[in-house]
Design a binder for this molecule. Structure first.
Ligand code: ZN
Length: 312
């Protein structure tokens, strides 16, 4: 008989076999076809024998690959503070680098069991915007059924360690304002860093819905910009990560500065054509893919040409 923990892990990591008190899964980090990642529930450790990924807490795997529902089942809901009445608490402004954020009061994952009027409406809204259930699921999106954030789709963001570092709250009922997001310094956080692989090219977009449209490895800058002292910039430079810039068509000036900054640091930059659409979120998926594929390399003389074109 599989234990409750084993059932949750199978849901998150897929089928496994048991050997000497350990569970052996296909590793989600290296995607090796053989089941070489061992998870030891008694010792609360895990390790992949192919790529050497390892950790001292299985909580991490649940946070990284599980849905909000899985987190709850695993008993991590306390950490996410679903029921906390103080919906957002800030850490001490002085000296504390990491701000503590809690999900708003009344947060329920969109795919929680049972029927709910608010969830149905939120799901309908997301599907209407062209997001399929798998995308909604992977983004751990939820909804608030009461409180200040009632009537809003919530998309939570988790930092490298799997701790909540931000969320967006978008109305699905035409309320004002459209977005109600926590006031957090965007220079020191990366939206859903937990799911970002800096060893592969990343796509920089404006908003969370744009990032959802792109799918994997897209980072929204949330109306902010990128400067040399920002955490996102540090990560890109230390990993030499190639970058695709896919900002809104009207963000010309900002885009130019960002491209220039990356080029100065020797980072490969490609510019994705976003013309003809209000934003990436309104582009059909095929168009997004095609435009990323045909992005313009900004290295060499291309950037210069672009500048000349603007002056002319
Ligand atoms: Zn591995």
């Amino acid at each position: 008989m599989a234990t409750k923990e084993q059932k949750i892990l199978r849901k998150i990591l897929g089928d496994y076999y048991e050997s000497n008190n350990e569970m052996l899964f296909s590793c989600p980090f290296c995607d090796h076809h053989k089941k070489k990642m061992s998870v030891n529930l008694d010792k609360n450790v895990w390790k992949c024998w192919v790529c050497d990924s390892s950790g001292r807490s299985i909580d991490f795997l649940v946070k990284k690959f599980g849905t909000t529902e899985d987190l709850k089942d695993w008993g991590l809901d306390r950490e996410l503070n679903f029921e906390n009445i103080e919906f957002i608490l800030y850490g001490e402004k002085v000296e504390v680098k990491k701000e503590t954020i809690f999900l708003p009061e009344g947060f329920v994952p969109l795919f929680a069991p049972g029927r709910s009027y608010h969830r149905q409406r939120a799901l309908k809204y997301m599907r209407k915007r062209g997001y399929d259930d798998d995308q909604i699921f992977r983004m751990k999106a939820g909804v608030c059924t009461k409180g200040e954030y009632k009537g809003r789709v919530i998309v939570p963001s988790f930092d490298e360690q799997g701790d909540l570092n931000y969320f967006i709250a978008r109305t699905y009922a035409n309320d004002f304002p459209k977005y109600k997001n926590p006031k957090v310094s965007k220079s020191s956080m990366i939206f859903n860093e937990l799911t970002i692989n800096f060893n592969r090219p990343i796509i920089i977009v404006e908003g969370v819905f744009d990032a959802m449209r792109v799918g994997q490895n897209a980072i929204p800058i949330l109306g902010s910009t990128i400067k040399s002292d920002h955490l996102l910039f540090e990560r890109i430079v230390e990993n030499r990560t190639p970058v695709y810039i896919a900002l809104d068509e009207d963000a010309h000036k900002k885009e130019k500065k960002i491209i220039e900054l990356f080029l100065n640091y020797g980072i490969d930059v490609k510019k994705v054509d976003t013309s003809g659409y209000e934003d990436i979120a309104t582009m059909p998926r095929e168009v997004v893919e095609e435009r990323i594929e045909n992005a313009t390399d900004m290295g060499g003389l291309n950037f210069l040409y672009q500048l000349i074109e603007e002056v002319a």
